[in-house]
Write a protein of this length. Structure first.
Length: 301
């Protein structure tokens, strides 16, 4: 008999596909949270593989802050068409208009935190009982506490001390009415694994992941792009630099890095030499030492 040996990417792919199929088997109405960033792109790509040649049995859900990079929105619509998925959009602007949240004021105002309410409202309105997310354990210390199946109470809140054990690939999706789960198929991927998988699968990406010229300015140690949502103050000079983004999110809090990485091989080499995680460029994570964990307890991704 031939001796088939899986490499690391094969093993990670097989694990993720198992999680997708287990989610479809255990839950009645799951959804896949899609930001247009590389992790959610890989997650959607894997989900398509998991159920091929049938279509994915759940929609992509995008929580739109209204402050997205134009390149991300263009890519989102093209990718949804490519993989033949259904797209559900929850709008932070609608949450503001309905008085569900109050927009932040001041120089460092961001809609990133406001996404939590919009997400929980979208989950409740559509009665999703499981939401697949692209979080990885190496990404941020709070995310290292997640299980594959991460329980949320009937307020959508996460208690890191009250998660189910996961032994021998057995996942407990039992819940009470009103509760739901977040499911993380990419838990054992690293940032390098994500990039290597993207290269192997030839997955298209938003252009801002690669080097390009852009008007930027510095604020609180982050290189921020000048957009219609974010303007520099008088003491913050605008310069035109060659940059790229390691992570994609709300344009008001997502920092760039100076880089000449114009293709996947360059990006992979750059990531291998990096000494800072990609979320180190996110100014919202710098608001406090527990910023991410605090938001997750409230119901964030």
């Amino acid at each position: 008999m031939p001796n088939y040996q899986l490499d690391q990417l094969d093993q990670l792919e097989a694990e993720a596909i198992f999680i997708f199929r287990e989610t479809a088997a255990q839950f009645e109405n799951p959804a896949l949270l899609f930001s247009g960033g590389k992790d959610s792109i890989v997650m959607a790509w894997l989900a398509r593989k998991a159920f091929w040649p049938a279509r994915m049995p759940f929609p992509l859900v995008h929580i739109d802050t209204g402050h997205n990079f134009e390149e991300t929105m263009t890519y989102r619509d093209e990718f949804v068409d490519l993989i033949r998925a259904n797209l559900v959009v929850g709008s932070v602007q609608d949450s503001i208009d309905r008085g569900r949240v109050v927009e932040e004021k001041g120089v460092n105002a961001s809609r990133n935190k406001l996404q939590t309410v919009t997400l929980l409202d979208t989950i409740e309105e559509n009665q999703y009982d499981a939401c697949l997310g692209g979080g990885r354990r190496d990404e941020e210390k709070a995310r290292a506490k997640e299980r594959f199946f991460s329980h949320r109470d009937d307020f959508g809140q996460w208690d890191p001390k009250n998660q189910r054990p996961e032994l021998w690939n057995l996942f407990n999706g039992r819940k009470n009415p009103g509760e739901h789960f977040r499911v993380f198929p990419l838990s054992n991927f690293t940032e390098m694994d994500i990039w290597m998988y993207i290269k192997r699968e030839k997955i298209p990406l938003p252009s801002i992941y690669f080097s390009h010229e852009r008007d930027v300015f510095e604020r609180n140690g982050s290189i921020l792009a000048v957009t219609k949502f974010l303007k520099p103050q008088d003491h913050e000079p605008v310069t035109r630099r060659v940059v790229r983004f390691r992570t994609i999110g709300d344009a008001t809090c997502t920092g760039a890095v100076e880089s000449t990485a114009a293709d996947l091989d360059d990006v992979i080499a750059e990531v291998a030499a990096a000494r800072q995680t990609e979320r180190g460029t996110r100014s919202d994570d710098k608001r406090s030492e527990t910023a991410m964990e605090d938001r997750k307890k409230e119901g964030y991704f």
